[in-house]
Design a protein around this ligand. Structure first.
Ligand code: G6P
Length: 614
């Protein structure tokens, strides 16, 4: 994710743009930049690695005058976060500048084409391809900028919200969008542009939301024009927004955690984008291509992680062992780093970390590296410490996670581990062709199935209200769903401060069963898989002791539903993918219980998003 902001009017643009960027910083903060056009039509572009504050410090001695400008805060996808890859990007002539939020999927082929026609590139980004192509078309077709933008966008596959400045016309900004958010604010003879309304709301409540494949030309004063990429004129109603800033920064959700729970379908689609190709039943991870031999010859995988990431690792173990036939250990990084385990160059260590900064995980990586292991990172924050310390890796690409209780990072990690297991198994020849095909297709279908579960949110909220009284919870699951029980329990304790334990269901009778009485809610993940009948027995054991069962079942289930006090349905999927669906109701349950108890779900006491100390 990135944040984009633009201004055209009578004020000085720079302060408006910086305030806007700060409001959008939740969307990404690895680098930032601004392009300003002076009254004389001179284009000034300033960009730097780091946050918006770093950009402000960087420009302190520069010319920041101008009443038109665009600015960007980046969350790197293509190209490492540095000042070269930071936006805005400029065309070869230096006359055009662009900011972009999204991913251009066919950028490599477009870049090759342009390079073949003599265009040289400064950055590694997909975005620079856009502005170079616009200029190339403008020059070769001898057309105006709007036509060149439209023609470019017709050639592009991917997602974008863009804003373009042209030093030959300081009275104009051109914006366009497809599958990435963009809002246009209409002031008194002035225009505002934002990834969301947060940079706009303090100046005007009048906005236009353009749709996918539409381009708007905003002209100094109050003239504007919206066309689609085929040049058909579009009329949009001007809307009035009725929101306060706090809400907007959370995208209209009351908490970041809620927003992040609801973002998961979109995040997983992004995570799989360019990697899972359902049309040809293929899974491609560049790390597996680049380090094929090392990964295929590994004698053992060791997963190291903390917290939620460790739970994702437990699922990864089952996936890799069953599909790739390689033994996998899953270790708490904090224990592993001090345990002096035998490690050799035949080992591959997978470090899982949302933040990429967790001190114990980083230390575990360094220790394993010093003993010769090959290190594979599964991280979210691009170019954070852990990815920098690894030999290779796969980002989960779910966007910045702000809520302290991890939600979308968990499902992103499980998705990447699934792709890794599938890609490796295919290379090793350890997976049956039909099984591979079915799993790829089911994985691809997960975001839509998640959306269905999110539609059950009101019902889950009602259930949460019933159980707010509880002081203890037990969460049970088996097989692939045992780590889901652990993660569900962790979510509840993190944000509601209710004591909760996750257990493998059959282990219940070796201890936790002693706790069960009519006060004790037991969440059981009882989807219809190979262990379904066994789980039925566990539920009978709870009911015999008057425990109150909240069951996660597949749609249409009748057997468990008869026994459980409350039932939450999830769509069926392949057993190994069930965690991606079963966790959603548990995230929502924890969220609603915490809200009912009046807790601060985004900033729970004593916790931190990124634990950079031991
Ligand atoms: C903290 C966070 C958790 C997270 C854990 C590991 O405890 O609150 O949400 O799971 O650290 O963090 P990492 O960034 O390494 O995944």
């Amino acid at each position: 994710m990135c944040g984009i902001v633009g201004y055209l009017g009578n004020r000085q643009a720079f302060p408006v743009l910086m305030k806007g960027l700060r409001r959008l910083e939740y969307r990404g903060y690895d680098s930032a930049g601004v392009a300003l056009l002076t009254n004389e039509g001179e284009l000034h572009v300033y960009k730097t690695k780091g946050k918006v504050a770093d950009l402000e410090a960087y420009v302190s001695d520069k010319d920041i005058s101008g009443t038109v400008g665009i600015a960007h805060t980046r969350w790197a996808t293509h190209g490492e976060p540095n000042s070269t890859n930071a936006h805005p990007h400029i065309s070869s002539s230096g006359k055009l500048a662009i900011i972009h939020n999204g991913i251009i999927e066919n950028y490599a082929v477009l870049k090759q084409y342009l390079q073949g026609h003599g265009v040289t590139f400064r950055s590694d980004t997909d975005t620079e391809v856009l502005i170079q192509l616009v200029e190339y078309i403008k020059n070769t077709k001898n057309c105006d900028l709007l036509t060149a933008v439209r023609m470019t966008l017709r050639m592009v596959v991917g997602a974008y919200a863009i804003a373009i400045l042209n030093s030959e016309d300081p009275n104009q900004i051109i914006v366009a969008r497809k599958s990435s958010p963009l809002v246009i604010g209409i002031g008194e003879d002035e225009w505002f542009v934002g990834s969301d309304a947060s940079p706009i709301i303090e100046y005007t409540d009048k906005v236009i939301y353009i749709e996918d494949n539409e381009v708007a030309v905003l002209t100094r004063g109050h003239n504007y024009k919206i066309v689609d990429i085929h040049n058909v004129q579009i009329d949009h109603d001007i809307q009035t927004i009725d929101m306060d800033l706090g809400q907007i920064e959370k995208g209209g959700f009351p908490h970041f955690m809620m927003k992040e729970i609801f973002e998961q379908p979109e995040c997983l689609s992004k995570c799989m984008s360019g990697r899972v190709n359902v049309d040809i039943d293929n899974v491609v991870l560049s790390a597996v291509i680049d380090h094929r031999d090392k990964l295929l010859s590994a004698k053992r995988f060791i997963i190291v992680a903390c917290g939620t990431s460790w739970h994702a690792g437990l699922i990864g173990k089952q996936l890799i062992e069953s599909y790739c036939h390689i033994p996998v250990m899953v270790e708490y990084a904090s224990e592993f780093r001090y345990s002096n385990p035998p490690i050799s160059s035949d080992d591959v260590v997978i470090a899982i970390s949302q933040s990429g900064e967790t001190a114990d995980t980083l230390a575990a990586v360094e220790m394993a590296k010093s003993k010769g292991a090959f290190i594979y990172g599964v991280c979210n924050a691009v170019s954070s410490s852990i990815p920098r310390a690894t030999d290779t890796g796969s980002y989960i690409h779910v966007g910045p996670e702000i809520g302290v209780a991890s939600t979308k990072a968990f499902t992103g990690q499980v998705t990447v581990l699934t792709m890794l297991a599938l890609a490796l198994a295919k290379e090793k020849g350890t997976i049956d062709e039909n099984e591979f095909k079915e799993t790829v297709e089911e994985l691809y279908a997960i975001p839509d199935k998640m959306r269905k579960i999110l539609g059950n949110n009101p019902r889950i909220e009602t259930i949460a209200k019933i159980f707010t009284y509880a002081h203890n919870f037990l969460y049970l699951g088996r097989g692939f769903n045992y780590p889901v029980a652990l993660e569900g329990a962790l979510k509840l304790k993190e944000i509601s401060y209710i004591h909760a334990e996750g257990y493998p269901a059959a282990e219940m009778k070796h201890g936790p069963i002693a706790l069960i009485d009519e006060e004790m809610p037991v969440v059981v993940i009882a989807t219809n898989n190979t262990l379904y009948d066994k789980l039925m027995n566990n539920i009978q054991e709870i009911k015999a002791r008057n425990g109150r069962v909240i069951a996660i079942v597949n749609e249409g289930d009748t057997r468990v539903s008869h026994m459980a006090n409350e039932v939450i349905e999830v769509p069926a999927t392949k057993e190994c993918l069930e965690p991606l669906l079963a966790i959603i109701p548990l995230q929502l349950l924890a969220y609603h219980i915490a809200v009912c108890k009046g807790k601060d779900v985004d900033q729970p006491r004593n916790l931190a998003k990124s634990v950079t100390v031991e």
